[in-house]
Ligand binder design. Structure first.
Ligand code: ZN
Length: 371
């Protein structure tokens, strides 16, 4: 991994490289920005470059420090993230030692995956917040000698998940910076951190990714095929994390749901449609349902293009049903149908009643597409 392995974020990379070149490091940095844009990846690469013995602004990849970094087993780099609370865990306990054997294995496995893929989101069952014991350990850890003569670096992923105690404990550390120590925080919810923590960090705003960069990453890193990568990159709103989610198995199921919903809306039978509405509004929360409607919109736009030009972009997942639809309903008012879905997305924002919104979408689709 080096800066070139980071997706997009050119502005942020230059900023960090400049501060490495100028050899002017702050005690603490806060990487903030939307979910899934690569804040952890930036923090990890920054940490690696800080401790690389080459002293360059780009980690060399071959010095002892860079080698240890590869597996994230670097004795001077500590990762802090939410962990489950141990049975009978007391203040001052080692946050790992109190875990069960299974939990420790899970943590190790998650760190191993993170080392291979810095875009991986660490997930551990019952780990809901960053424990105060993880923060307290920083002081002790920092007093130990540096194995490669660099800095002691702590990286806190999802810093917004610190509870009050942990936040206050971190604040104390930031108020009296530990020597030869750099603290890197990442968060997608900057506003939920204590203002006093924010004011003691150098804040690094991370950017949304370009659709084209997400498209390339999906193809090259995840082996997602062309059409699906296009679709996911377009829907992902600048978030590689979201794009990956969209290309997952869940998403495939969602696409089928959209086609089924269209089919039910066009049929004359009301009961199956109402059942589908019931199912959808109990399965998805508001945001997820808006995304679901956006998937429906992709299908409608694709049908519109096919209807007007006879061409398709290959974005829709089921070209056969799309073509059949355009053949069977040549007069369909697809623009009206798209307007309708836009209204529904807006109504969800305004706290509208989800089943009613979906029923209106279904009836509206039928009206616009068949009359
Ligand atoms: Zn190196």
């Amino acid at each position: 991994m080096s800066w070139t392995k980071i997706i997009g974020q050119e502005r942020v990379k230059r900023l960090l490289q400049n501060s490495l070149r100028a050899n002017r490091l702050a005690h603490a940095y806060l990487f903030y920005g939307a979910e899934g844009i690569g804040k952890d990846a930036l923090a990890l690469e920054f940490a690696r470059a800080i401790n690389c013995s080459s002293g360059a602004s780009d980690a060399c990849g071959s010095c002892p420090s860079c080698k240890k970094f590869e597996t994230l087993q670097h004795p001077d780099v500590k990762l802090i993230f939410p962990l489950p609370v141990g049975k009978g865990e007391q203040q001052g306990d080692d946050p790992f030692a109190v875990l069960t054997e299974d939990q420790i294995l899970t943590v190790r496995e998650q760190v191993r995956i993170k080392a291979e893929d810095p875009y991986h989101k660490i997930e551990i069952a019952k780990a809901n917040f960053i424990k105060i014991n993880s923060i307290r350990g920083m002081k002790r850890e920092s007093s130990m000698s540096r194995s490669e003569g660099g800095e002691k670096i702590f990286i806190l992923f999802n810093a917004e998940l610190m509870n009050n105690e942990a936040s206050n404990s971190l604040l104390k550390i930031l108020e009296e910076p530990l020597p030869d120590t750099v603290i890197l925080l990442t968060t997608s919810a900057k506003e939920s951190l204590l203002p006093t923590i924010l004011s003691r960090c150098q804040t690094v705003q991370c950017d949304f990714l370009l659709e084209e960069d997400i498209f390339t990453a999906l193809q090259e890193r995840d082996g997602v095929e062309n059409g699906q990568s296009r679709l996911a990159a377009r829907l992902a709103n600048g978030s590689y994390g979201l794009a990956r989610l969209l290309t997952s198995a869940d998403m495939a199921a969602q696409r089928e749901e959209v086609v089924d919903f269209l089919r039910l809306s066009l049929s004359k039978q009301r009961l199956p449609m109402l059942q589908a509405v019931d199912e959808l509004s109990s399965t998805y929360d508001r945001t997820a349902l808006q995304r679901w409607l956006e998937v429906l919109q992709i299908w409608l736009r694709e049908a519109l293009l096919l209807q007007k030009t006879g061409n398709d972009t290959g974005l829709a997942w089921d070209q056969e049903s799309l073509k059949r639809f355009v053949r069977n309903f040549p007069q369909a008012n697809l623009i009206g149908a798209l307007d309708l879905t836009n209204q529904a997305i807006a109504q969800i924002d305004k706290n509208g009643y989800l089943p009613l919104i979906l029923i209106n979408v279904s009836l509206g689709l039928r009206k616009n597409l068949t009359e």
